[in-house]
Ligand binder design. Structure first.
Ligand SMILES: C[S@@+](CC[C@H](N)C(=O)[O-])C[C@H]1O[C@@H](n2cnc3c(N)ncnc32)[C@H](O)[C@@H]1O
Length: 381
């Protein structure tokens, strides 16, 4: 029986206000990966004030808590829409930071991550374990408050949050096609250990925008962040939505992961940046895929040197893997991206042309069992 594979994926980018996701059907999205403007971070004040003028009044009146609540109420409108468009058992992953700020004479923390978590619980989502993203760009020696004198100094915020919510219970994979796509979407054992840690150490990306019609900073997250989340919480052929698309990072990660996607961004000025990103994507995404494979081979060699043979063989690449779940794991290179119109992008895929000597070196030391009753594959047979 031939296995179900995605030879192409579709991607749509819309420049509109995601407080209404009217073009997206109920229960049609498998995964949301996004990062909203953070309430009470100054760079977003004018955007929030344009959505509700009362926000500016509250800031002028030094009523920080009121401004915080009103900004979050604007985000709530998008969270309400996500509750409608996300499928049962689908996931929502949100990268958000808390804010510290002095309004009038009052310095305090504005805890965006707990406000957003309460909202999703109220919407009926299950909160799941979260990750802390330690941003390498934050200066650890930034003093806030009374310096070396107690008791008016404040802890520096060096982490952002990756919140994870699920709409309802565990996803079922019932049909043969569903099971096959899930197996092809597996990640490596050693990747699992890193990706599912609650502490993420990812480098930030360059923030400056040189366009006088736009804000000064793009607020983009690194490609690795949505790429990991997409691979952790969806399978090939799923639909990923980002209602705060910005520079297009989530779309790029979805294309690279053989998922469909929808991206919504308020500011149409981002279209040229997204086009530029698409132009370079084949090259950058494919080298990222090759790097995953090379890293796996390096892991195999190291493991086999120190601890002995790996028991299973991956069917697509022929290299050893740690578990039975990785046997059908498959990664594809992008062969072509058609993107004359951001409203309708297609990406096509091809098998990875992989240097066979690398695979040979990883299997050379294999001395695993020849006879395996649990269905494991022996490379010596
Ligand atoms: C934190 S940035 C996201 C950056 C993105 N993750 C990236 O990698 O480029 C938030 C984005 O949401 C957009 N935005 C804010 N409010 C919006 C709304 N109501 N509808 C659609 N986009 C909105 C902003 O213009 C901004 O580009």
């Amino acid at each position: 029986m031939s296995k179900k594979e995605y030879k192409s994926t579709n991607h749509k980018i819309e420049f509109s206000d995601s407080r209404s996701l009217s073009t997206i059907k109920n229960d049609s999205v498998d995964l949301v990966v996004t990062s909203p403007p953070y309430p009470m971070i100054e760079m977003w004040d004018s955007l929030f004030a344009s959505l509700n003028p009362e926000i500016n009044d509250s800031l002028q009146q030094f009523n920080g808590l009121r401004a915080f609540e009103l900004m979050n109420q604007e985000l709530d409108k998008i969270w309400n829409e996500l509750a409608r468009v996300v499928k049962e058992s689908g996931f929502v992953c949100i990268n958000i930071g808390d804010a510290t700020r002095k309004i009038g004479k009052q310095f305090q923390l504005y805890s965006n991550h707990s406000r957003v978590t309460s909202k999703f619980i109220a919407l009926g989502f299950q909160p799941l374990p979260i990750a802390l993203w330690k941003k390498a760009t934050n200066a650890p020696n930034k003093f806030m408050g009374s310096g070396m004198l107690p008791a008016g100094a404040y802890i520096t915020l060096e982490h952002e949050y990756i919140l994870v919510f699920r709409k309802g219970g565990k996803r079922e994979f019932s049909t043969a096609d569903e099971k096959s796509l899930r197996n092809q979407s597996a990640f490596f054992w050693e990747e699992r250990n890193k990706w599912f840690s609650d502490s993420w150490d990812l480098k930030g990306v360059r923030q400056a925008i040189k366009n006088e019609n736009m804000r000064e900073r793009n607020a983009a997250y690194p490609f690795e962040l949505p790429y990991r989340l997409i691979n952790m919480y969806s399978v090939k052929g799923d639909t990923v939505l980002d209602p705060f698309l910005g520079t297009g990072t989530t779309t790029f990660a979805a294309i690279s992961s053989e998922r469909h996607s929808i991206g919504i961004e308020y500011d149409v000025n981002f279209s040229s940046m997204i086009f530029d990103g698409l132009k370079n994507l084949c090259k950058t995404a494919n080298s990222g895929i090759t790097k995953r494979l090379e890293d796996h081979i390096a892991f195999c060699e190291e493991y086999q040197k120190e601890k002995g043979s790996l028991k299973y063989k991956n069917e697509c690449f022929g290299f050893p893997v740690m578990t039975k779940q990785e046997i059908d794991l498959d990664l594809k290179h992008i062969s072509k991206i058609n993107s004359t119109d951001l409203g309708s992008i297609t990406a096509e895929y091809q098998p990875v042309k992989f240097a066979s000597h690398l695979i040979e070196s990883s299997v050379a030391q294999y001395e695993g069992p020849k006879d395996d009753k649990q269905g494991q594959v022996s490379l010596l047979n």
